[in-house]
Design a protein around this ligand. Structure first.
Ligand SMILES: Nc1ncnc2c1ncn2[C@@H]1O[C@H](COP(=O)(O)OP(=O)(O)O)[C@@H](O)[C@H]1O
Ligand SMILES: [Mg+2]
Length: 310
């Protein structure tokens, strides 16, 4: 439970700049503000009142507040120019950095202020039947290539996101670019292992994770194999028809790495049709005994880029 209950007339002063909460009316007459309740946090849309730009204020739920958010902010800041890590542009509110604010609102300890990204997540795209029905093979290819370029860049920088999932990937409105959300778990070579390590999100978890969870250099490889397969095959109407209406991922957790299911067969056929060499990479990840056996991102990137030229 979070005691922090902002209303539409409230402002916060952060680093000499005032931010207002964006009104959102659920019922006539209420003074609600725009907020997204997620698994680990509540994300508020706030407005920089000096520049009229929008930002996201991510307020962690009490069980997820910890010093590792401040550490991840420092790491992410060093990589904010890496493609896909624009949200490395962020400020983490702590007792040391913002003592007055945290004294007034203790629930804002370890909250993160970052740019608001316009667009929708891959999970919300999959959930939207009308948009999904218009999704073309060319868009599928373009999106998968844009995503794999981001992952390849991370890998080349010895980074891992550690919670690759449809809800953590923001798509540009034209579906040609992606940005990673939820980067508090960012892994970098040599960093101290945090107490809370991502075990992945439902629909993207390898069945054999060790004590590190996905907090490791190859931590994104299984989840991303699933995500790339979703992006490539979602243009196939048969794959969509076999996926439950309210699904936000292609596979249900219990189906992952199972030997055969109707959907697995359909997905494999769709992948073979849209990008034959990608099927071998998907199969390798699916059959892998642990994350280290999944294909790396330079392999995925070369495979998708070469196949796109055929
Ligand atoms: N910077 C942002 N701009 C726009 N929307 C965001 C931003 N950060 C988060 N969101 C939205 O909030 C949702 C949950 O955020 P996320 O950081 O993934 O929280 P959690 O750690 O609880 O999973 C995202 O799926 C996205 O819809
Ligand atoms: Mg998330």
């Amino acid at each position: 439970m979070i005691g922090f209950r902002p209303h539409r007339h409230m402002t916060l002063c952060i680093d000499q700049t005032y931010y207002g909460f964006v009104p959102y009316t659920y019922f006539p007459g209420d003074d609600g503000v725009y907020a997204i309740e997620a698994g680990e946090a509540i994300i508020y849309q706030v407005q920089n009142l000096a520049h009229n730009t929008f930002c996201a204020l991510k307020v962690a739920k009490p069980s997820h507040r910890s010093e590792h958010i401040a550490r991840a902010t420092e790491i992410a800041a060093a990589y904010k120019h890496v493609a896909g890590l624009f949200l490395g542009n962020r400020t983490c509110l702590t007792k040391t950095s913002h003592p007055q604010l945290i004294a007034e609102y203790p629930d804002l300890e370890y909250a993160v202020l970052m740019p608001w990204l316009a667009g929708r997540t891959w999970a919300s795209f999959m959930f939207d039947g009308a948009s999904s029905a218009r999704y073309t093979r060319a868009q599928a290819y373009g999106l998968a290539v844009a995503t794999v370029r981001v992952l390849w860049n991370l890998e080349a920088s010895h980074l891992a996101h550690t919670d690759i999932a449809g809800g953590n990937v923001m798509l540009s409105p034209d579906l040609t670019q992606v940005e990673l959300l939820d980067i508090e778990g960012l892994y970098t070579h040599g960093a101290t292992m945090p107490k809370l390590r991502s075990q992945g999100s439902p629909g993207y978890q390898h069945r054999n994770l060790d004590h590190r969870g996905q907090w490791r250099p190859d931590g994104d490889r299984f989840a991303a194999a699933i995500l790339l397969t979703e992006m490539l095959t979602w243009a196939n109407p048969y794959v969509r028809a076999l996926t439950p209406d309210n699904a936000e991922s292609l596979f249900q957790p219990k189906e992952l790495q199972a030997s055969t299911t109707r959907r697995l067969d359909a997905v494999r056929r769709a992948l073979a049709e849209i990008c034959p060499p990608a099927l071998a990479l998907f199969d390798q990840a699916w059959a892998s005994v642990d994350l280290s056996q999944c294909p790396d991102f330079s392999t995925w990137a070369w495979t998708l880029i070469q196949a796109n030229k055929l």
